[in-house]
Design a protein around this ligand. Structure first.
Ligand SMILES: C[S@@+](CC[C@H](N)C(=O)[O-])C[C@H]1O[C@@H](n2cnc3c(N)ncnc32)[C@H](O)[C@@H]1O
Length: 246
């Protein structure tokens, strides 16, 4: 029997221990390249307040923290925050919602496709406004998002995998209502657990427009974590910009 784990919003259910199991390769080694890129480009000062929005377990936070930067992380998933805290008790991470960011920051990061989760565009745009309000004038915003064009030409519609603990997983991907949908089924004994990921397919231009509306001017874009120039074939859309000084 197949059970959809969630009846409500997918993003309130999917980011649990099964997410950690499936994305175990999204680890510190994977995060390190982007952290290095951010440091090289933005050149944060040690006294700057950095916020990792939707930080998950805090893998990027840990790398910044180890280098002596003041970084905080917030995430909606109590499970991921708890897990990050158990592994690294000195990390400044906590449960929080990207729609209601507290305090003011010099730099806000949105890493590894942590945006575009709401069906309505206006709800996603409201996240950008929330980010803008939480930035000091002249503050930096860095977003690492998917590239819809790359996805459309590289989509793997269906694949099976076996996780390190032997769990069998099936992933199905398709496009629906200008979103990429991934249905993930964890095969268990007697019953299966089914989750969904659903992310809006915002293009580089869409993101830049949203940022501008919220008073954040895009400076440049990269196409991957090595800092390659962005093109329509790039695997990622990484944009960074600054909040205009009022
Ligand atoms: C793809 S994961 C990326 C996590 C982390 N940035 C990383 O690179 O490991 C997306 C994260 O967004 C979080 N999230 C989803 N909706 C959120 C919201 N409204 N506010 C804050 N975090 C949210 C999820 O719990 C999840 O940890």
């Amino acid at each position: 029997m197949d059970n959809y784990i969630h009846r409500g919003n997918w993003y309130e259910y999917w980011f649990d221990n099964n997410y950690l199991k499936l994305y175990h390769h999204r680890n510190l080694k994977d995060a390190d390249e982007q952290v290095q890129l951010i440091i090289n480009i933005i050149k944060p000062e040690k006294h700057h307040s950095i916020l990792d929005l939707a930080c998950g377990e805090g893998r990027h936070c840990l790398l910044f923290h180890k280098k002596g930067y003041q970084i905080k992380g917030i995430d909606l998933s109590a499970t991921l925050i708890r897990s990050g805290k158990v592994k690294h008790p000195d990390l400044d991470i906590g449960v929080g919602d990207m729609r209601h960011i507290k305090g003011k920051h010099d730099i806000i990061l949105s890493l590894f496709t942590s945006f575009g989760y709401f069906d309505k565009d206006r709800d996603n745009i409201s996240v950008i406004f929330s980010i803008s309000r939480a930035l000091h004038p002249g503050g930096w915003f860095w977003i690492d998002f998917l590239n819809p064009e790359y996805l459309k030409s590289n989509l793997v519609p269906d694949n099976d995998l076996i996780l390190a603990d032997g769990t069998k997983v099936n992933e199905k991907r398709f496009f629906e209502n200008n979103s990429i949908v991934k249905v993930i089924t964890f095969h268990g004994q007697g019953s299966n657990k089914k989750y969904q990921e659903r992310v809006k397919l915002y293009t580089k231009k869409d993101l830049e427009k949203m940022l501008l509306r919220a008073g954040i001017h895009s400076i440049d874009a990269f196409g991957d974590y090595k800092g390659e120039e962005w093109s329509s074939c790039s695997p990622r859309t990484i944009i960074y910009g600054r909040k205009t000084c009022e």
